[in-house]
Design a protein around this ligand. Structure first.
Ligand code: NAG
Ligand code: NAG
Length: 448
């Protein structure tokens, strides 16, 4: 059309700026993970047409409770519970196939139905092999021996798989469902590469290849050109598209507390690179913030509570990892950290989760500034040595000392709890849209 001089009107109509049609709604973790994103996603997924994952692998974990059945999701978008929605695993995700099918199987036994008809997988997504997982374990062991501390990875092979991706010898879904002999050759090369690097790594190449060939057949009908899939979804008839972030801002490979981070982009940019979506199609971005702070594994944690209050949060909040069962460290809400996550993500609104866990505390502190050697820091430091040395300035707010679990509206919340929420909004200059006071779907109070 552009080259045809006669159809001038069509050329000029192209030059009239068009409003992007459908936009994606994004849900992201705003702390160190485990904020309860699953619950917010589940809420929004109920009337979504498409629910997408754009990064990470089965190292993340979401629990969704529906009719008192607890579903655990690691790789499957939790929107897969919605029978009217299509679930999509984008190119930015790394997929461990045995893990994917095992997860589906476990949830099938709990009542999930027909997931294979509702799931699409990008042909550009990279594959996590069993040896990536073995290497993850060996690397953690080496770090423990050499530095006396490990990264606390989930040993799901996510880091090594993203390393292969960046090293340009990784294998993708399109390779597995393509010419299998070409795939076999590349697979052997990659396996041998890792075998040379790690002497005590045992890879049963033939076994794993056999297993993969079986998976290839089950996978084939689910595989799609992810870029084209998203393009059609964004430019076709009106659709509600949801992107569920995995991990969280402070675990982002670039913006997180490096090196104690995950290997993907858990901030908003990952939505574009992990799905092939233009930035102009990114709509609302919701940050999920737990009413206090938790962190798994090692690394600096300025507002950590190493006393009974920390233990109380840990036990009341049932702070154990969904993927690993590890006990999470607990501390006061750190708003310096959340504000930093907001600088990167530009949250439209916030979902404040697990407020009820604070129900028994007579007073609640909130971290509002960092100082090093008596000097205030303007923002969240990049250097972990600095983060270890900060002293936190707190605002002390009165607790409410009564149960909020049965509350279903903002007005019913005790005034002290309302003030706690308003304090967070004022500090961040972002509205709180939901407040979580329990595990069920109904316990997410909607403010507006
Ligand atoms: C994450 O973002 C960086 C840019 O900092 C990019 O180089 C990298 O490929 C991205 N990683 C993934 C896993 O998408
Ligand atoms: C734990 O330490 C914090 C320090 O920030 C304090 O506010 C809290 O009262 C302490 N809890 C107990 C039970 O001593």
């Amino acid at each position: 059309i552009l080259l045809n001089r006669k159809s001038g009107s069509q050329v000029s109509s192209l030059r009239v700026p068009k409003e992007p049609q459908n936009k994606v709604t994004v849900v992201l973790g705003a702390q160190w993970g485990d904020e309860g994103k699953g619950k917010v996603v589940d809420l929004l997924a109920m009337d979504a047409d498409i629910v997408c994952r754009c990064q990470g692998g089965n190292n993340a974990g979401h629990t969704v409770v529906v009719d008192s059945v607890e579903y655990d999701f690691h790789l499957l978008p939790s929107g897969v519970l919605n029978k009217k929605a299509t679930s999509f695993i984008g190119n930015g995700v790394v997929i461990h196939l045995p893990g994917l099918f095992e997860e589906a199987e476990k949830n099938l036994q709990k009542g999930l139905q027909g997931w294979e008809e509702r799931l699409k997988i990008s042909d550009r997504a990279h594959i996590v092999f069993n040896f990536h997982q073995a290497v993850d374990g060996i690397q953690e062991q080496q770090r423990q021996q050499q530095e006396g501390k490990n990264l606390g990875t989930t040993k799901k092979g996510i880091g090594p798989a993203y390393s292969s991706k960046a090293a340009r010898n990784g294998l993708r879904v399109c390779d597995l469902v393509g010419d299998i002999t070409v795939f076999e050759d590349k697979f052997r090369l990659l396996a041998e590469h890792f075998q040379r690097m790690y002497q005590n790594l045992n890879i049963n190449i033939e076994n794993e290849l056999e297993q993969l060939k079986g998976f290839a057949e089950r996978l084939r009908p689910l595989v799609t050109d992810g870029v084209y899939f998203m393009h059609k979804a964004l430019n076709g008839p009106s659709k509600k598209i949801l992107v569920e972030g995995a991990n969280a801002a402070l675990l982002d490979i670039d913006f997180g507390t490096y090196p104690f981070v995950t290997s993907s982009n858990c901030t908003v940019g990952g939505v574009c690179t992990g799905l092939g979506v233009p930035p102009s199609h990114v709509g609302r971005v919701y940050g999920v913030v737990k009413a206090y702070t938790t962190r798994v594994g090692v690394g600096a944690f300025p507002t950590e509570l190493n006393n009974e209050t920390g233990d109380l949060l840990q036990s009341r909040g049932r702070e154990f990892g969904v993927t690993t069962g590890r006990r999470r460290r607990c501390g006061w809400l750190d708003l310096i950290l959340v504000r930093y996550a907001h600088m990167v993500n530009g949250f439209s609104a916030i979902a404040l989760t697990k407020l009820d866990i604070l129900d028994t505390l007579p007073e609640i502190k909130v971290g509002v500034a960092y100082k090093v050697n008596g000097k205030p820091l303007p923002s969240f430091p990049a250097n972990m040595d600095v983060l270890t040395r900060v002293t936190v300035e707190y605002e002390t707010l009165p607790g409410w000392c009564c149960s909020t679990e049965a509350v279903r509206s903002f007005e019913e919340l005790p005034p002290q709890a309302q003030s706690y929420i308003r304090f967070i909004e004022d500090f961040l200059q972002v509205p709180v849209k939901w407040v979580g006071v329990g595990k069920s779907r109904e316990s997410m109070i909607k403010l507006f």
